[in-house]
Design a protein around this ligand. Sequence first.
Ligand code: DQA
Length: 150
Amino acid sequence: MPEILVLNGPNLNLLGEREPEIYGRTTLADIEEMCTDAAAEAGLTTRCIQSNHEGGLIDAVHEARHSTVGAIINAGAYTHTSLALHDALKSYDHPIIEVHLSNPHAREAVRHHSFLSPVASAVIAGAGAKGYVHAVEILIDLTLNTKARL
Ligand code: DQA
C-alpha cells in the first residue's frame, strides 16, 4: 500500500502537556492515530516519525524520498529557522503539506516566516489537531484523485 510520511519536529512529542492553551490537549500518539485512520480510508498507510533534532528530520525526509507518495510536516520551531530542512524538502518529489496546530501568523513576529511554505503544496495553520486530518485529505486528493487538482 502507498505510504505517506507524517513528520513532527521538536517539542511536539510533548503535545497534550506543553502549553495546552496554544496547542490543545491531543497527544502526538492521538494525532498519529487520526492520520493513520484517515489515510487507511483511502488505502494509504502512514510512516509517523518525530524528532527533536534538525538532522533527524532531514534524514527522515531523505529516507522517505523513494518510498512514500506524500508528506505532512509540522517542523515546530525549525519551520522558522531551517534552510537545511527547506533544502531537504526540495529534494522530495511528492506533495508536501505543512501543518501547524496554532496559527503562527497570529503570534510573535519571529514565527511569521516559514522556510517550509515555499516547498509546500498547502499550508494548514490554526485548525488544531484536526488540521492533520485535513492534511491527509488534501494529500489523498493530490496523490490519488488527480481531478481534484483541476
Ligand atoms: C507550531 C508553531 C511553531 O511556531 C512552534 O515553534 C511549534 C509548533 C504549531 O504547530 O503551531 O513548536 O509548529
